[in-house]
Design a protein around this ligand. Structure first.
Ligand code: DGT
Ligand code: CA
Ligand code: CA
Ligand code: ZN
Length: 581
């Protein structure tokens, strides 16, 4: 069985975690994480590349040593170096590390300082107040740990995977099913179709013509490790990534009803069913029925029409007001990928990106964009080789040169500047004012109190050159909780200072989340959907941002990078003109 890129990446990430527990060299840890990320970003599979005899050490961020490790993983399915470290580290530490607020570094410290190597021991130490005494921990961390342990008991089995990872699994599987003889339609419904940031399982629906062997094909797919159930119309399997997949085969006359039902959400379904009841209709996965007679169900539009509604996009189906909006004819006209004129956050080889300014710019132009902002890190992030004034100055001149050369495209001069402890920015105004825009973000001191963090960020917003607040909550899906901040106050301050809130489209960030996107719209704060691309391929992440924007009801008018170059330039100066007024 070929090894998927995600699996190689998982192994490198695990290795990085374990090295971090052991307190290994930061640069070494980072090398593995970067490699994991690069491999995930690759358009081709490393298995294929190796089979074709290509030299993996030529890939970005992969040297000889890593290339050897990848080859080992592809050949054996595992990495001996990782297995060795695993033997040294108590298994309980891995669990410890997954507790939100702990992470590998702190798990290592807990083990070394207090001998903690299980969740039980962690809970005991937290209750006894021993944890807050450790360096790098505080009272708040201790409290968070206790809360988190309390929650863990309740929802053990609900491991959710990121939408991007689910896609990597679902797309080839779906393509395979669609190729089956006799399969007319096949679609993934559920939270996946609603484009939720994480999904628990995949709910696949298919419509078949006579004598179709789709169940056979489904259960014998190469990634299936276990068949939990196999029937005429429904089967369930587990794939080797641990994700469950359900397949339901439905008659064509029921396809729309089934698609609607299994797309959910449950809350949306229940509300729709109630509307049906009021009209004397029964609505279920087989159709819309008056008495025994099926009166609709072939398409989703038919189902909605029976309860007097227009079609509602899957991303909106959370019973967050979409039904009322549909009734009143005020469903949002959602922003689309085609509306996007440019990308306002990207990195290059100057810091942690893998492509040059020029490569990034041409790739953006090829996507049909009018502009791309280059926003490399500032000097505080020394691990990424962040830019100081001098190097930023050089980049500005490089961009000026490229802009003269490029036709019909403009590179916007920017930076992603760190917000310092006191809310000032990591670079002086003198250089910031030479830029078209300034993305600013919190990368350290994530554990300030809610008030302190909010004040700190608002202070940064007041800098007249500050343009876009990047990844406003700092969360990493499944890995790091958002820092504590008063989002309503931030949105209000954004409006007052002319700052823009970013919807960071990296699949592990999606920050703003859906709820905050909706809040920004309601509060009148502008949003930039940005990829934060670290490579040419990552410009592609825009679609994840768009999906999240849909979940947050965003329309073209709410999103700044739907504007043309001329308009965006004015908008980006909004913060400055307010400061000068
Ligand atoms: P997930 O899997 O947790 O990411 O989220 P979903 O929404 O995919 O949930 P799942 O897989 O349990 O069920 C798929 C859809 O089936 C769900 O969105 C709505 C529908 N559904 C499931 N259970 C019920 C139910 O008890 N009542 C109704 N009306 N619909 C349900
Ligand atoms: Ca599901
Ligand atoms: Ca399901
Ligand atoms: Zn960035």
């Amino acid at each position: 069985m070929p090894v998927h890129n995600v699996e190689v990446a998982d192994i490198f990430n695990e290795l990085a975690d374990l090295l971090e527990i052991e307190g290994a060299n930061e640069f070494r840890i980072r090398a593995y994480r970067t490699a994991a990320r690069n491999i995930t970003d690759l358009p081709q599979s490393v298995s294929d590349l190796l089979e074709r005899g290509e030299d993996l050490s030529k890939l970005p961020g992969i040297g000889k040593d890593l290339a050897g490790k990848i080859a080992e993983i592809v050949q054996t399915g595992k990495l001996s170096h990782l297995e060795d470290i695993k033997k040294r580290i108590p298994a309980g530490l891995l669990e410890l590390m997954r507790v939100t607020g702990v992470g590998p570094k702190r798990a290592g410290a807990l083990y070394r300082e207090l001998g903690i190597e299980s969740l039980k021991a962690l809970e005991k130490a937290a209750r006894e107040g021993q944890i807050q005494k450790l360096r790098g921990f505080g009272k708040k961390t201790e409290q968070n740990i206790l809360e988190e342990l309390g929650r863990k008991g309740e929802q053990e089995e609900g491991k959710r995977i990121k939408l991007s990872a689910a896609e990597e699994i679902a797309r080839p599987f779906l393509a395979y099913l669609r190729k089956t003889k006799g399969v007319k339609y096949a679609e993934v419904a559920g939270s996946y179709r609603r484009r939720k940031e994480t999904v628990r399982d995949l709910d696949v629906l298919a419509v078949c013509q006579e004598d179709c062997d789709v169940m056979q094909r489904f259960t014998e797919y190469e990634d299936v490790v276990r068949v939990l159930a196999r029937g005429e119309t429904r089967s369930t399997v587990i794939l080797r990534y641990g994700i469950h997949v359900d397949l339901r085969v439905v008659p064509e006359v029921s396809y729309g009803a089934a698609l609607h039902y299994f797309t959910g959400s449950k809350a949306h379904n229940i509300a729709i069913r109630h509307m049906g009841v009021k009209r004397g209709l029964k609505i279920n996965e087989y159709g819309v029925f008056r008495g025994e007679k099926r009166i609709a169900g072939r398409t989703e539009e038919e189902v909605f029409a029976q309860v007097g509604l227009p079609y509602i996009e899957p991303e909106l189906r959370e019973n967050w007001g979409e039904i009322e909006a549909a009734q009143e004819g005020r469903l949002p006209k959602l922003v689309t990928l085609e509306d996007i004129h440019g990308d306002l956050h990207s990195h290059t080889t100057a810091t942690e990106g893998h492509a040059t300014v020029e490569e990034m710019a041409y790739a953006a132009q090829e996507r049909g964009y009018e502009y791309l902002a280059i926003t490399d890190h500032s000097k505080r992030l020394s691990m990424t080789h962040g830019l100081d004034e001098k190097r930023l100055g050089e980049q500005i001149r490089e961009v000026d040169r490229l802009n003269q050369k490029m036709e019909g495209f403009t590179i916007l001069k920017g930076v992603e500047v760190d917000i310092m402890d006191d809310g000032s920015l990591d670079l002086p105004d003198g250089i910031l004012k030479e830029l078209d825009m300034v993305v600013f973000s919190v990368h350290h001191k994530l554990n300030l109190s809610r008030d302190e963090q909010t004040e700190r960020i608002i202070k940064a917003m007041r800098n007249p050159y500050a343009t876009i607040l990047a990844h406003p909550t700092g969360r990493l899906i499944n890995e790091r909780e958002p820092y504590d901040v008063d989002m309503e106050r931030l949105m209000k301050a954004a409006r007052e200072t002319g700052c823009i809130m970013e919807l960071n489209a990296q699949p592990e960030r999606l920050d703003l989340n859906d709820v905050y996107c909706k809040m920004s719209k309601e509060m009148g704060a502008m949003v930039a959907i940005s990829t934060d691309a670290h490579s040419v391929n990552e410009l592609e992440f825009m679609r994840f941002g768009i999906a999240q924007a849909h979940r947050g009801w965003l329309e073209t008018s709410n999103v700044v990078n739907t504007r043309s170059l001329g308009e965006i330039k004015k908008l980006l100066r909004g913060s400055l003109s307010i400061a000068l007024a």
